[in-house]
Design a protein around this ligand. Structure first.
Ligand code: CO
Length: 135
């Protein structure tokens, strides 16, 4: 069994990051590290670190992205949980062998070089799970 190191982030899908920050930063007290556009995800993301993990507020930027469609259908709320793993390829192989349904059979590489893949909610009991291998 390959190693899972920690929860990397919890992603929350929102209509408007500035509006959401009124709760998560101003009322609740998380600190905003930075805001950035992530073209590969078609989204703007606010990063709110907490201990070894982060809360990420994700706002779709284009109306035809998968995220925008999800938001239109299901509304705002928890989108996915991301776990950092030691070896993403090995973890995906493990899961495939066990018959777990994946969204991404292969990991893809982010702008910053980290590798990610998603596990299908049908395989996890309804939770969209992202895996990330850090640098
Ligand atoms: Co994520």
């Amino acid at each position: 069994m390959t190693n899972i190191k920690k929860i990397s982030h919890i992603a929350i899908l929102v209509e408007d990051i500035e509006e959401s920050l009124k709760f998560w930063r101003d009322a609740f007290g998380l600190e905003l590290d930075h805001l950035e556009e992530v073209p590969s995800q078609g989204a703007a993301v606010a990063f709110l670190p907490l201990g070894e993990s982060e809360v990420e507020l994700v706002q779709p930027l284009s109306e035809d992205s998968g995220l925008a469609k999800y938001l239109a259908k299901r509304g705002e709320g928890m989108h996915h949980l991301c776990f950092e793993v030691e070896d993403i390829e090995a973890k995906l192989e493990d899961l495939k062998k066990q018959g777990v349904r994946l969204i991404n059979e292969e990991a893809s590489t982010l702008e910053d070089g980290r590798q990610i893949a998603f596990i299908h909610p049908k395989g996890t009991g309804g939770v969209l799970v992202e895996l990330v291998e850090g640098l």
